[in-house]
Design a protein around this ligand. Structure first.
Ligand SMILES: *Cc1c(COP(=O)(O)O)cnc(C)c1O
Length: 233
């Protein structure tokens, strides 16, 4: 990687961290509550290495084939990998092998397969994707299905069910939709036994264009591609 590219990554990260800090101040939240996931889809492994050297530990990928090559190439760095793409049921074995977190479980069959195919000794951290805007082009269960699905997934071994994830529809109002997800998250929390509530702690929402609204609504994990790695070609 050339030094100019590394410099601009450092600059983008500095600007991004300023945005996150300001959003935390504006919404009375503490910076420690927010995990920044660098979404590195379409970007080379060298970009991930450079971001890791700047202090980033969490990375997200959408496309399985691209991701597995990158993760294999980056065995040497201590990173946490988040799968944020659609999951087809014939791909669960690879997802279970390569990823620490899976953000996009939206039906029990996918959870059952991840659980059954989870490598020995591993626990996969799972988020339930909710289609909060009822967008036919987006994955995710409906809000009405989310509690049942949570109970079903929590009965499976090898998975820790941590919370909700959402991807907004293009014409959604981010603040309203993110607040709806946060409300659903709280409703589910209230319905869980105390032992399970302890792990129900994650709201994955917010991307480059709407991270402020997501943080204001209670996001714990924001998934940022463009603002960190630059525009995708
Ligand atoms: C691409 C992608 C992101 C990052 O999007 P940006 O707008 O580039 O920050 C976050 N989450 C998911 C699921 C994505 O597919």
């Amino acid at each position: 990687m050339s030094s100019t590219a590394a410099d601009s990554l450092a600059e983008r990260l500095a600007l991004l961290n300023e945005r996150i800090q300001r959003a935390c101040v504006d919404s009375g939240r503490s910076l420690e509550e927010i995990t920044l996931i660098g979404v590195s889809k379409t970007k080379p492994a060298a970009d991930v290495t450079a971001a890791h050297e700047l202090g980033l530990h969490d990375f997200g990928e959408n496309y399985l084939q691209e991701a597995t090559g990158k993760i294999d190439a980056l065995q040497g760095i201590a990173a946490t990998w988040h799968y944020v793409g659609n999951i087809q049921s014939n791909k669960t074995k690879e997802v279970a092998k390569y990823f620490d977190w899976v953000h996009t479980v939206d039906r029990s069959k996918i959870g059952q397969r991840l659980s059954a195919q989870c490598p020995a000794g591993k626990t996969i951290q799972v988020l339930i994707q909710v289609n909060i805007d009822d967008d036919p082009n987006k994955g995710g269960c409906s809000s009405a299905q989310a509690l049942d699905l949570t109970h079903q997934l929590m009965a499976l071994p090898n998975l820790q069910i941590r919370g909700l994830m959402t991807i907004l529809s293009k014409d959604s109002k981010p603040r309203d939709s993110y607040e709806s997800v946060a409300q659903l998250f709280a409703q589910i929390a209230a319905a869980l036994p105390a032992a399970q509530q302890a792990y129900w702690d994650t709201l994955s929402m917010g991307m480059t264009d709407d991270l402020e609204q997501a943080i204001a609504a209670g996001a714990t994990h924001i998934r940022i591609g463009t603002a960190l790695f630059g525009a995708r070609g």
